[in-house]
Design a protein around this ligand. Structure first.
Ligand SMILES: [Zn+2]
Length: 181
């Protein structure tokens, strides 16, 4: 097998006949491999670089999915998407959706969209918050008479700097209560 045959085979696998812009993508790939070989020497394996390319694409897509789930769950108003509807669209179970993102994604979405300061949201860490209640349930949502019983997922901070545990359901209301920067 010549190296040209190898390139053509990989291009044919990645951009099959009938795919959008297949011919153009194949030519661009072969050109790119030529440039890579010139820059880094002929020992770059196009199969291995193709795999690495696709893993990078996959990781970027996974990251965007996590961000969109966080956005749909926390920022969309007036009614955030349910774990069920997000799960159906993202091919995840409702609990899979809940596990897919955390404070980091919520904060990133805040930065990217310029909505709500999210710097006061962190992943729940029981050792951060005083009181045994905060270890096992959401203490930010609900009332004294009717406390929220959902498990905590975040640590949030009120205006006085007091830390509370907060569940998935109550995070949107918490964020809405924050002053806009
Ligand atoms: Zn709650």
């Amino acid at each position: 097998m010549t190296s040209q045959e190898l390139l053509d085979d990989i291009a044919a696998i990645r951009w099959p006949d009938g795919a959008d812009d297949a011919a153009e993508n194949r030519r661009a790939f072969v050109r790119r491999q030529g440039a890579e070989a010139e820059a880094h020497g002929p020992h770059r394996d196009p199969l291995l670089t193709s795999l690495a390319d696709l893993v990078a694409v996959k990781k970027a897509a996974d990251e965007q999915i996590r961000l969109l789930l966080a956005y749909g769950r926390v920022y969309v108003t007036p009614r955030p998407h349910t774990l069920e509807s997000l799960g159906q669209a993202a091919d995840l179970t409702p609990s899979g959706v809940s596990r897919a993102f955390g404070a980091k994604e919520v904060m990133t979405v805040g930065t990217l969209t310029d909505r709500r300061p999210a710097a006061v949201v962190a992943d729940h860490n029981p050792d951060d918050i005083p009181g045994p209640e905060s270890r096992r349930r959401c203490t930010w949502g609900g009332s004294r008479k009717n406390p929220c019983t959902e498990p905590p997922k975040y640590t949030v901070t009120d205006k006085s700097g007091t830390k509370w545990s907060c569940c998935d359901t109550h995070l949107p209301a918490y964020l809405r209560s924050r002053p806009t920067p």
